[in-house]
Structures are given as C-alpha cells and as structure tokens.
Design a protein around this ligand. Structure first.
Ligand code: 5GP
Length: 217
C-alpha cells in the first residue's frame, strides 16, 4: 500500500511504536494492523516476565531468564530495554535493522521508556502513537476482563497507568480508544500518511527524474 495502486516508489521502512497503559487496547490494535495492513512485521521482544497461559514462545515474546536477558543486554543485542512492572523487556536489534533497510515496516508494542530510547537512536524512522483509554474505570474493567493477571498484578498495572499516561506529550499521535474499530481506522490513516512522507521515499528522486525526462506522446 503506497497510496497509489500502480506505482511503487522505493522507501525506507518505518518503525511504528504503539504505547499505552496495559488494558487500553494496544495489543488488539497491533494484532489488527498485522492482519489487515500489508507490509508490517512485529518486533518480538525478549522478557523476563513469566509466560501467560495464552502466550506462545517466539510469537508473543521470547521468554528469558534474568541471566540470559543480561547477557543479551551486555552484548549490545538489544536496541532498547526497560524495567516495566518489575520485569525486564527489550527489543532485539538485528531483526529491526534488517527490516528497515529492506523497506519493511516494523511494529513495536513497547512502553514509553522504550519509545524514548528508539527516538534517540532512530529519530527519522520512528512514528509513535499513544493509545488512551476513554476512562480509568474502563481501563480497570478491561484489566479484569482479560483475567490473565493476579489481583496484585492488576493493582500494580493500574497504579503505573497514571504515570504512563503522563508521558502522552512525547508521542507524535494520540488516539483515544473508546471504540475499537474507530481507533483502528485512525491508526490506519496515520500509517497511510506516514508511508507517503517525502523524506521516507528516496525512490522519489528517480521517479521524478524519469517523469521529467519522459516525452509525452
Ligand atoms: P505485558 O507484560 O503486558 O506484555 O507488557 C507490559 C508492558 O511492557 C507493555 O506496556 C508493553 O508495551 C511493554 N513492553 C513489551 N515489550 C517491550 C520491550 O521490548 N521494550 C519496552 N521498553 N517495553 C516493552
């Protein structure tokens, strides 16, 4: 999808960062993007958090021991890393660098600390979106509905939510998820526009040069 059905202009991949407090619907939006918008690949993070019942190793996360995580971090294999809710999370470097160079887009479901580090390292390639819940009551209801975390974990996540929401100003876009399909449409529009940005499309130099050299018949 390049905004034009027939002419593909070469471009760099973009790094789409989705952040939100747990339970604001970010993971569902991420899943929809992967299913319904072509050209996206998700960055699978490493984490020391215990696996939830529904999660699959290598799909949702690469689950690591604390020691394994520290070795990756110390070997500079992580593009960014952070401690979230008492566990460590990090983004493996290599798949990201390969995807971006090949013009494929990468999706990141990471927190504000990770977003900050990626902005510092990969400035021009990052597009960041913060997803907000419509109310704090709805956020709590969604955490309970998910029913995959203990009451203590839910309590911790809700407390952290206030602090996380305060980071909203650092993001390029803010989407309120009061209706999932509307929030998804907004995210899709952002992606469509960002893919068309001039500075992301080095192929335009050749395209325009060919255009101007063409002798119309
Ligand atoms: P969960 O434990 O619910 O899967 O994720 C908790 C938080 O950690 C979420 O806000 C999620 O976006 C964030 N997270 C997941 N992977 C990474 C990562 O690789 N880096 C950073 N900085 N945050 C992550």
């Amino acid at each position: 999808m390049d905004g034009n059905n027939f002419v593909e202009v070469r471009r760099r991949g973009l790094m789409l960062v989705l952040s939100s407090p747990s339970g604001a619907g970010k993971s569902t939006i991420a899943r929809n993007l992967l299913e319904h918008v072509s050209g996206f690949q998700i960055s699978v993070s490493v984490t020391t958090r215990p696996r939830r019942g529904s999660e699959i190793e290598g799909v949702h996360y690469h689950f690591k021991t604390q020691r394994e995580f520290e070795i990756m971090r110390d070997n500079d294999e992580l593009l960014e890393w952070a401690e979230v809710h008492g566990n460590f999370y990090g983004t493996p470097r290599r798949p990201v660098e390969e995807a971006i160079a090949a013009g494929r887009d990468m999706l990141f479901d990471i927190d504000w600390q990770g977003a900050e580090q990626l902005r510092d390292k990969m400035r021009g390639d990052i597009v960041s979106i913060f997803i907000l819940p419509p109310t704090m009551g709805e956020l709590l209801a969604r955490l309970h509905r998910r029913a995959e975390d203990t009451p203590e974990t839910i309590e911790k996540r809700l407390k952290n939510a206030h602090f996380e929401i305060e980071q909203w100003r650092e993001y390029d876009y803010v989407v309120v998820n009061d209706d999932l399909s509307r929030a998804f449409e907004s995210v899709k529009s952002i992606v469509q526009a960002e893919r068309l940005r001039r500075d992301r499309r080095p192929g335009l130099f050749d395209f325009v040069s060919d255009l101007l050299n063409e002798k119309p018949v």
